[in-house]
Design a protein around this ligand. Sequence first.
Ligand SMILES: [Zn+2]
Length: 246
Amino acid sequence: MKTCDSLNPFDISFMKLHVVLAAVLLTVSSCMMIGKGVVHTVGSGETLYRIANTYGVDPQDLAEINDVDDPRTLRAGSKLFIPDARRVLKVNPLPQARAVATHETKSKINYVVEPEREDRIVMDKKRFAWPVSGMVESRFGMRSGAKHDGIDIKAPEGTPIKAAGDGKAVYVSNMRGYGNMVILKHQDDFYTVYAHNKKNLISDGDKVSKGDVIASVGDTGNAEGCHLHFEVRQGKKVRNPLFFLP
Ligand SMILES: [Zn+2]
């Protein structure tokens, strides 16, 4: 069986980008149900950084895949998906937090954090603009045992989809699962992906400005109901779009 990480589009030169993107997105799509990793239940005094460190995971990745935008809000008892881990490990809690927890058993907030470490969680909310306005009906990360590489924004059929930032179209076509799809390349090796479109309204190589209409909302591919599936990628990494939207 193929593994999910056997291919990555963003490793390869732009010459082959289209073909490779297609191959990878198909691979990604076929891997969506695998979700390699374990679920860790946060214990008292366990901080995001300590958990990430115990499992050898980048704290930023752990924060993004679990939608933790403020590590101070992490509560004992909440569940974190640890990507690529094979078994649940014991995390050494922060000693002071134990004392705090006994006073705060009702709220069980792990508000003792290691600021010099945990302030490394980067929120870059001005980088992109919302491509459509609407309710986020499915968020990024592990959703009922499957990994969701983007967010789903509900919107009526035909709603204009706007470029999330200035950039250039590097893939405008149709792909199994994703339906009609546009991929834009932006500064700093960021890419945005717009899928299940009713119609793509730009062409490969077009330059776009933030807010330009690039497609319309539909339900092409394997979409259930009309929505925009929106992804943010940086280089090889799939990022949590909500960390980059105002
Ligand atoms: Zn989606």
